[in-house]
Design a protein around this ligand. Sequence first.
Ligand code: NA7
Length: 537
Amino acid sequence: MTTTASQHDVVIIGAGFSGLYAIHRLRDELGLDVVAYEAGNSVGGTWYWNRYPGARCDSESYYYSYSFSDELQQEWTWSSRYPAQPEILKYLDHVADRFDLRRTIQFETKVTRAEFIETADQWEVETSSGDVVRAKYIVSAVGCLSLRNAPGDHFKGLDDFEGDWYHTGAWPHDGVDFTGKRVGLIGTGSTGIQATPVIAAEADHLTIFQRTANFSIPARNAPLSAEETAEIKAHYDEIRDRCRNSSGGFPFYPSEMNANEVTDAERASTYEKLWDLGGFRFLAESYADLTIDEFANGTAVDFIGRKIHEIVKDPEVAAELVPFDHPYGTKRPPIDTDYYDTYNRDNVKLVNVRKAPIEEITAKGVRTTDAEYPLDVIVFATGFDAMTGALLDIDIRGRGGRTLGDAWEAGPRTYLGLQVAGFPNLFTITGPGSPSVLTNMPVAIEQHVDWVTECIQHMQSAGHQTIEANDDAQEAWVTHVAEAAEETLFPKANSWYVGANVPGKSRVFMPYVAGMDVYREKCNEVVANDYEGFEIA
Ligand code: NA7
């Protein structure tokens, strides 16, 4: 590597929700020399890449947004409860312009390598455009769901397919015209469930290949009226406070009642009310023990199963759509608009690939063990190598040249999801071991960026060179994260939370399940105790 690399204080990787806010705080508030690299040709991260039909946020607009600037939240007006992808991208574009963030970002540039130079206490960072820079700190803002679960790794024969195929996480910017096409959709996670009704309405025919039936709750999307918007804007302080001090980062009112403390009729009425209200409230505001107690969970499972049978007219199709192999909420719960109802359309077919697995993609379509389905287009809604994939995709080397891949061979190990022992001055925004994907992401992101900003400010003002997680603190945290998960039903599901969707990935429950409020307090305590668990030099 060159010795004439240009020098910065901070390299930020990624310009999505996390990277943008990190640039703002570190550059504009701390006055540091910051450079950010972004693979896309503009800002937005997840919302830049995921342009598939029906892409929409499952959290409501007014709390799935930044809280750091009152001017920003007062001047921005959301059109609906759940904004569609173009509107969120427009919002992030607005943020980038409003805070003049673009000038710090090098677009269409991936970080390919980052090596800690021990003799200089510096990171040397190499990019896809061949640049080599040095920086004291790296802030990874690569996103939890950004490295695609590549279809080529799962399905043989893809190269022979004569039609067009797309992964939902790399959707063409000018869209895809499904008119008159026979479309196959593989995957029924949040993405497949959002895309299904929209593709079905446009295509000649849609075949959905389902490996695992999922529990979906209606979103009940609707425009936000001028009165609702005024009400929200008048109460932002309170809304943000509720988000920050809650377990999930939502302004909800979680129930303190357990499911077995009420009668069957009361439970049915609560579930019905929350089903009508729509969205994540069904999980958050029903019963306190829903994700920790089998009986409680079973009552929600039964209710959703009944709803599926009510909506889907063909009882055999309905039966295939009812999940049977995991508790409700233990895989990321999808939110939908007319998902189950779409199976009542004449041009839609459900194929259960748990019973008859996909053998290969052929020149003409998809072949399962019992039939071949001729298709013009295949849409892969097969998800991501979540939480660790994007970081491990970079050749990161810490002390002694040890790679991150080595350090995480048996699954990710972090202290607080913020740092990895042996990788000084490298911060991971919403890293594994933090609440991250179990929360309303902007809340988790702001908490992490604020913590890192405060930490770097402390380092700079005290003249310190390095901060790194110590091994013992990391081991204790990893154990705590695992034990917290074991107290819940979450590990029972083969979810991307445990890496089950990526062949060969170590099975470790990656996010911290005990709640954003508990976690925030722990992070604050660590600071109050002079960065307990970190070595500062
Ligand atoms: P998910 O939630 O990981 O869903 C991926 C879907 O694709 C899921 O139904 C998978 O089935 C299915 N899948 C994956 N690989 C295969 C193969 N080889 N064969 C058949 N089916 C397969 O990704 P999403 O994009 O929907 O959502 C990701 C997150 O983005 C979401 O949770 C939100 O946080 C936003 P499986 O369940 O593994 O059997």
